[in-house]
Design a protein around this ligand. Structure first.
Ligand code: NAD
Length: 509
């Protein structure tokens, strides 16, 4: 089902001119701004400063100064937590503005983005709570002469680089935890969708974040991002984006041995057994494949179906796919919005064409949609896909579902694990043993059982293999932004190294 784009919805919208935030000041940047064209309406909706290498260096210097000399790392956790809670309240108060920006810049359905902003508020509050629970360890068991204390200290200056597919949600999976730990930051949003992150900068200033603690430099990866991942004054890089740029990030960071956290691509399987609740599975298969137009690291883009149910299930998924509402992101009934850029739409279409020429069949969709303006893709199901095809192994990042089949549980697990990614997976069966056997054998950071893509601030998220390094969210999320320091304290007279030993001592090199 399609929802035609309402051409008048943005006809009176004046493109918003944003500035970037460096050392507490809002700046326009020296070069011409980056113009963002709404992927749904084809009109310029935002202009972001084109940050330069020098802008990135100035932002890093400000963050370094704010860390080394500023009050932020020295505040009590209670004070930092109060500011994060205030930020959460201010995000909630500006939720509609933030949702509108992500909808028009990324082409995401407005109803969906409202949910993402509400989810972000919860994450900011969760990080505020964790800030007060950050603590180290003590060892009073090392003998009369020793007391050991392990401190958790903020790691320092953190570069945060985010993609376009969940602009506000993803910065919220990183920044509040880095701030909770006492770090200072330089944030670079995607050049396609920087608006909501820049509004977040205003919110954080209003909440009371001191100057230089959060710097937001807009611009392109090879200029701004490259400096943020290689500069010696940066202690850690937290990156979400493609696996290719993730590898580049790691290699840049290796030159000065920065800590790196990477959230990268996925090609996530949903495995269905004949005894599954097929009504629930079919709904989750459609949701998993088309949510966020499939432009989602967690997309359930591979179905691995037991042969005995495959043909019936594909028919029912195709039937349900017809009911999915694709179109105008600003219409509250829309479930699947626009594709991020014309170039990306071409890439998605190329994958579908490639699969067809390798022998896959289109069971539904397969074509681009003309909805009056913007760029859209029909929900697409490809059957007779084999594990060697590119569409079964690579991240298409569009609403394209590849259907593979299996006969034995071992074969299903083998197919699930046969690719380079390992972000998430789903397993569907009413049999507890089947769910646990598959759940324990699939190499992925999250395995859903009889559901798909549910999330909670408390549950860690991240990838195996080439889907990433490290975990976000969960109760250890703040610890990721810390270093540990051991205080080894001697009590009483120390045994001399030069004097004849009366007792054995362990040397430490
Ligand atoms: P991308 O890798 O092209 O860009 C991500 C960010 O990196 C952008 O801000 C970009 O400007 C920046 N960048 C580009 N080149 C750079 C360079 N040389 N140095 C430093 N930074 C650079 O990714 P994208 O197209 O924006 O996002 C889509 C990708 O993100 C998909 O692969 C998706 O799976 C992944 N993603 C992963 C997760 C996760 O949690 N695992 C979540 C969302 C998106």
């Amino acid at each position: 089902m399609t929802v035609l784009v309402n051409p008048t919805a943005l006809s009176n919208h004046k493109a918003r001119d944003f500035r970037m935030l460096i050392d507490g000041k809002w700046e326009a940047g020296a070069a011409d701004p980056i113009e963002r064209v709404a992927p749904s309406h084809g009109v310029v909706v935002s202009r972001f400063p084109t940050g330069s290498k020098t802008d990135a260096e100035r932002a890093i210097a400000a963050a370094r100064k704010a860390f080394d000399l500023g009050p932020w790392p020295r505040m009590t956790a209670s004070e930092r937590s109060a500011i994060l809670l205030k930020a959460a309240d201010l995000i909630a108060a500006r939720a509609e503005e933030l949702a509108f920006l992500d909808a028009i810049e990324a082409g995401k359905p407005i109803t969906q983005v409202r949910g993402e902003i509400a989810g972000s508020v919860d994450i900011w509050r969760y990080a505020a709570a964790l800030a007060r629970d950050l603590h180290g360890e003590s060892y009073n068991t090392l003998g009369d002469g020793t007391l050991g204390v392990v401190l958790r200290e903020a790691i320092g200056v953190v570069s945060i680089i985010t993609p376009w597919n969940f602009p506000f949600l993803i910065v919220g999976q990183k920044l509040p935890f880095a701030l909770a730990a006492g770090c200072t930051t330089v944030v670079k949003p995607s050049e396609l969708t920087s608006g909501s992150t820049l509004v977040l900068g205003e919110i954080l200033q209003e909440a009371g974040i001191p100057e230089g603690v959060v710097n937001i430099v807009t611009g392109r990866g090879p200029e701004v991002g490259a400096v943020m991942t290689s500069h010696p004054d940066v202690d850690m890089v937290s990156f979400t984006g493609s696996t290719g740029v993730g590898k580049l990030t790691m290699s840049n960071a290796a030159q000065t041995l920065k800590k790196v956290s990477l959230e990268l691509g996925g090609k996530n399987p949903q495995i269905a057994f004949p005894d599954a609740d097929l009504d629930a599975f079919i709904d989750a298969a459609v949701f998993g494949a088309y949510f966020n137009a499939g432009e989602c690291c967690n997309a359930g883009s591979r179905l691995i179906l037991h042969k005995s149910i495959a043909s019936d299930v594909v028919k029912r998924i195709a039937e349900l796919s017809k009911a999915v509402k694709v179109g105008d992101p600003l219409d509250p009934s829309t479930q699947v919005g626009a594709i991020i850029t014309p170039q990306h739409l071409e890439k998605i279409s190329g994958y579908v064409a490639g699969a067809r020429s390798s022998g896959a069949r289109v069971a539904h969709g397969g074509e681009t949609l003309d909805l009056g303006m913007g760029q859209f893709m029909a929900p697409t199901i490809l059957e007779a896909v084999t594990p060697d095809m590119a569409v079964a192994r690579e991240e298409v990042f569009g609403p394209v579902l590849s259907v593979l089949t299996f006969e034995t549980t071992a074969e299903a697990i083998g197919t699930a694990n046969s690719i380079d990614y390992g972000l998430s997976a789903g397993v569907w069966s009413r049999d507890f043993d089947t769910c646990l056997t598959v759940g324990r054998s699939v190499r992925a950071g999250t395995v859903w059982m009889n559901t798909f893509m549910d999330g909670a601030s408390e549950l860690p998220f991240g990838g195996y293999k080439q889907s990433g390094l490290g975990r976000e969210l969960g109760r250890h999320a703040v610890e990721d932004y810390t270093e540990t320091k051991t205080l080894n304290m001697h009590i009483g007279k120390r045994t001399s190294w030069w004097m004849p030993q009366t007792e054995s001592r362990l040397g430490r090199s």
